[in-house]
Design a protein around this ligand. Structure first.
Ligand SMILES: Nc1nc2c(ncn2[C@@H]2O[C@H](COP(=O)(O)OP(=O)(O)OP(=O)(O)O)[C@@H](O)[C@H]2O)c(=O)[nH]1
Ligand SMILES: [Mg+2]
Length: 362
């Protein structure tokens, strides 16, 4: 009998150990996520947060943590910076001003704005008797920054209590779903709970694409059958987020419809459905920077119909037309809040006019 006791104890010990491990593993996912106090920041090692709750926090983001905006702007910066260096490098004469105007027009700032900037620049350079390339460049940077409205609040808005709702709209292919994915990741890394509403029920596989982003960040996806009413998806998603106390609900939408309903009417309806239960804190219009001035025309329609509160300017990494940022602000009067500088999950930046202009001209 005593021969059996030691093996029996050993077996019991192993069973207890395995049971403990299994329970421990199962418990881990459902353990309440540690949430930081409001305003506290949880940063990823490599990236500062895109979403900030105050401009102060935005300004405090560690700049040295990842590649500079200058590098990330790629083509835009090379085009703008290099062309300007070429123009100013040959000494200052009457042609220089025409050349600067041409660079600004080609960067998609818009003809009228480019002319205004150049005339101002010339007058100020004469008044101050400037002739040095570095001084002209600094003056141009000042001029460009001053055209962005300094009174705009560029931080994405949060509601006083959950769920904060951000509705994301824009022409198809501009980068709505990708931007939502990037925002979700940023929010999740800061300890926010996120739900995604698959409001693009028209494009096949749209909710699959959103589902992949949701999975990567541990967000909840609320979707209906393909072809379902986007308003119904928004309704359910809001109810879910409210009931679960989810911090932020991001609503994806279609960029075009196959039905007879005009897209703007459909988007207006989605907004109203949410507003019957709560509030839309941001209606973010996604604009593709590579579409240049054409993007502006489409954007105006959205801005007029959906009550857009901010712009997400995407694909700035792939265009020589960084000047479109200025055209958007001066034409639409809506603040650019975030910029997309690549297809990756971290390729999203908060928009700051001075940082942007400095990166563009450097
Ligand atoms: N280079 C680059 N590509 C981007 C950026 N943002 C989005 N994209 C790409 O643009 C393409 C379209 O992006 P989506 O997010 O599917 O665009 P969407 O607006 O949701 O499109 P629809 O659902 O068809 O209306 C994808 O190939 C993205 O990877 C960006 O900032 N830079
Ligand atoms: Mg999409």
């Amino acid at each position: 009998m005593s021969d059996l006791i030691i093996p029996l104890i050993a077996v019991l010990f192993v069973v207890a150990l395995v049971a403990g491990l299994v329970i421990g593993t199962r418990r881990r996912p459902s353990a309440p996520a540690q949430r930081p106090a409001r305003g506290a920041r949880v940063t990823r090692p490599q990236s500062p947060p895109v979403v900030t709750e105050s401009p102060r926090e935005q300004a405090a983001a560690p700049a040295e943590a990842r590649p500079s905006l200058r590098d990330r702007l790629g083509k835009s910066r090379r085009f703008f910076g290099d062309r300007l260096a070429e123009t100013l490098g040959g000494g200052l004469d009457e042609d220089t001003w025409d050349d600067i105007e041409a660079v600004l027009i080609q960067a998609d700032i818009g003809v009228a704005t480019a002319r205004r900037i150049t005339e101002d620049l010339r007058a100020r350079a004469r008044e101050r008797r400037l002739g040095d390339a570095a001084e002209i460049r600094a003056l141009l940077a000042d001029e460009l920054v001053s055209l962005f409205d300094a009174t705009h609040d560029r931080a994405l808005a949060f509601g006083p209590e959950p769920p904060t709702v951000w509705l994301v709209v824009g022409v198809n292919g501009t980068g709505k779903t990708t931007t939502i994915g990037k925002l979700t990741s940023d929010l999740a890394h800061r300890g926010r709970t996120v739900a995604l509403a698959a409001g693009d029920t028209f494009r096949a596989a749209a909710d699959e694409q959103l589902g992949i982003w949701a999975e990567r960040s541990g967000a909840t996806l609320i979707k209906h059958q393909p072809g379902a009413d986007p308003g119904a998806v928004a309704f359910d998603a809001y109810a879910h987020a409210k009931a679960r106390g989810i911090d932020v609900l991001l609503v994806d939408t279609a960029g075009r419809l196959h039905t007879k309903t005009p897209l703007m009417d459909e988007l207006g309806k989605v907004r109203r459905v949410i507003e019957r239960q709560g509030q839309v804190h941001e209606a973010l219009l996604v604009i593709d920077a590579t579409a240049g001035q054409n993007g502006l025309v489409q954007a105006r329609e959205f801005a007029d119909s959906v009550g857009v509160t901010g712009v997400a300017l995407t694909k700035l990494d792939g265009t020589a037309k960084g000047g479109i940022a200025l055209a958007i602000e001066t034409t639409l009067g809506i603040p650019i809040k975030i910029i997309g500088v690549g297809e990756g999950i971290d390729d999203l930046e908060p928009f700051d006019p001075k940082t942007f202009v400095d990166a563009l001209l450097s």
